[in-house]
Unconditional design. Structure first.
Lengths: 198, 377
């Protein structure tokens, strides 16, 4: 399982209710239901991936976060997870609002556009960055709203969203992001994992 | 319809109060089973048939000598794997394959009951079939499943008996029959009732039946089971065994010939009055209204795992109506999975060889069954 999922699952307490938005093949869902005895649901846009999840007996519904989150009642989950999909939405702001409405706690992972390799691509080559976590060309990328860890930090502060914990992931290296090291971590982290609460 | 004595059937002695207010008792319910019930009796699946189905879901139907209506899905190694599961399927009341229906002979008159048969509902059908659990001494079914009207029965069953099935698979169905669906059913009923042989429903099966009306009803309904794209690809404007138009009203086009054939074979196996009663039951189905406009309440406190499936080209029971069920279940935090299967085969997709559909059900059931068993140990 990916390092990112290991970090996310550490955030999650046993016997809680979890919604994995954009659950993909259901790898994290499977891990959580087996190892944390959580009651876990998934939402996924790709038919192929939904079929894979259902084949594993997982409670996954086909749908997208921008239209289908509204069917879940307020605070109906202990945790809502959004892993590396925020940048693909038409309106990330509304999605975050909805996640915070549905979940008591929200875990958001963002691919960091502030990573030094990304910055260097643009600075030296003058080309849109293509990296491991952002493997698309500018003309076929599903990512509409890229942001940096710093951007997301500012966004939460402006919106009055509480950030409980932020983890930096660089390869397999896991570290805490604090106010004091934010500028530095924004340069070296490939992913930022945020634990949020309204 | 002959061969009736070979049929398996239970006699339901206790009184069933129907939604129309009438009571019935001592009535037959014909059923068939596939696979074996295990010692723990935890591997039973009750399958509900659609409008024109019957209890012969798999193998060869002994009456029609044709393949069972869900032969693609039910059988050894198939979606509902009869090497593993014990599949039960009953003919609905109101039907014409051995269960109590308008074709049942009234011992007082020695004639079919006809339109003296009470109007029944999906709820009545489900309540009658619940007796099968007692008969087989099954405390809890592993699953209930069905497509179209079978899916409506799944929803009604789980609502009536919230703790009697671990898994529910409503496929290509709705919680509330739409105006469009009622309209198509009415078209079929009018075709039957305007056949002079119908005689207010008191025709004697042995003499002349309203076959023409029933055939037209079937032809019209059959169009609604297919998609425009599917029809176009299969038939297009192809001509039937002729090189030119004949400037008459014979079946010039293959699609005409196909529909006429569908109508003609249908009347051999189906009773016109049953068609009236069962379509009426579908029209009356409105689970949302049963719970005062809040479908979620139909499934309050349910522990059942739901898996809802719709098809992209199904315009009779479109994805949006299936999704309404998903939404109602999510509103109460029920365990629900949902996928829309991509196919151009229309509403009929659930009866056909649609590999994605068949394999997803198979994997879902097998995994869920072993997960439940693991947790119990």
């Amino acid at each position: 399982m990916k390092e990112e999922f290991k970090v996310i699952s550490k955030f999650i307490e046993e016997k809680s209710r979890v919604l994995d938005v954009g659950c993909g093949d259901g790898i994290l869902m499977e891990y959580l239901s087996k190892n944390k005895v959580v009651d876990v649901r998934g939402l996924e846009i790709s038919k192929e991936k939904v079929k894979k999840c259902l084949s594993k007996g997982l409670a996954v519904i086909e749908g997208d976060a921008e239209n289908d989150l509204k069917q879940f009642p307020d605070l109906s989950f202990d945790y809502v997870i959004l892993s590396q999909t925020l940048q693909a939405f038409m309106s990330p702001e509304k999605v975050i609002e909805n996640l915070l409405r549905v979940g008591k706690k929200v875990i958001v992972t963002i691919p960091n556009f502030g990573h030094w390799k990304v910055r260097l691509d643009l600075l030296l080559k003058g080309e849109m960055p293509v990296t491991k976590n952002l493997p698309y060309q500018w003309y076929n990328t599903p990512n509409l709203h890229m942001c940096t860890i710093q951007d997301f930090y500012n966004f939460c502060n402006n919106k009055g969203i509480n950030i409980y914990k932020t983890i930096s992931l660089n390869g397999e290296k896991i570290s805490n992001i604090l106010n004091s090291n934010l500028k530095y971590k924004n340069l070296i982290s490939e992913l930022g994992i945020f634990l949020l609460e309204k | 319809m002959g061969n009736l004595n070979k049929m398996k059937s239970i006699l339901i002695e206790k009184t069933l109060k129907l939604d129309c207010g009438k009571e019935i008792s001592n009535f037959p319910l014909a059923y068939e089973t596939y696979g074996n019930l295990n010692e723990k009796k935890d591997n039973a699946i009750l399958i509900f048939h659609a409008l024109t189905g019957d209890q012969y879901a798999s193998g060869i139907n002994p009456i029609t000598k044709k393949e069972g209506w869900w032969n693609y899905a039910v059988g050894p190694g198939k979606s509902f794997d009869t090497d593993k599961f014990f599949v039960i399927c009953a003919n609905v009341i109101g039907g014409c394959m051995g269960s109590y229906g308008p074709g049942t002979i009234d011992p007082l008159t020695n004639k079919p009951i006809g339109t003296n048969f009470p109007v029944i509902t999906i709820n009545d059908m489900v309540n009658a079939q619940y007796n099968l659990l007692d008969y087989f001494k099954i405390e809890k079914l592993f699953a209930v499943a069905g497509g179209s009207m079978g899916g409506m029965q799944v929803l009604q069953f789980v609502s009536n008996f919230p703790n009697k099935a671990r898994v529910a698979l409503p496929i290509a169905c709705t919680a509330s029959h739409s105006a469009q669906n009622i309209a198509f059913n009415e078209l079929g009923r009018q075709a039957i009732m305007s056949d002079s042989n119908w005689k207010e429903g008191l025709y004697d099966e042995k003499s002349t039946n309203p076959d023409k009306g029933l055939a037209v009803a079937r032809m019209a309904a059959h169009i609604t089971y297919l998609s425009k794209q599917g029809l176009q690809e299969k038939f297009g404007r192809n001509l039937q065994e002729r090189s030119d138009l004949k400037f008459g009203f014979d079946a010039d086009f293959q699609i005409e010939s196909y529909l006429r054939y569908q109508g003609s074979v249908f009347v051999d196996r189906f009773d016109a009055n049953s068609y009236l009663y069962i379509t009426r039951a579908m029209d009356y189905f409105d689970l949302t209204k049963q719970f005062n406009g809040n479908l979620s309440k139909a499934f309050k406190d349910t522990k059942t795992k739901f898996f809802i499936i719709s098809f992209t080209s199904d315009w009779l029971y479109p994805t949006s109506e299936n999704k309404d069920i998903v939404i109602a279940l999510n509103a109460i935090g029920a365990d629900v999975g949902f996928v829309e299967i991509k196919t151009d085969k229309g509403h009929d997709s659930f009866l056909l060889d649609v590999p994605d559909f068949l394999s997803t059900i198979k994997n879902y059931l097998n995994t869920t069954y072993s997960n439940i068993n693991e947790r119990r140990i």
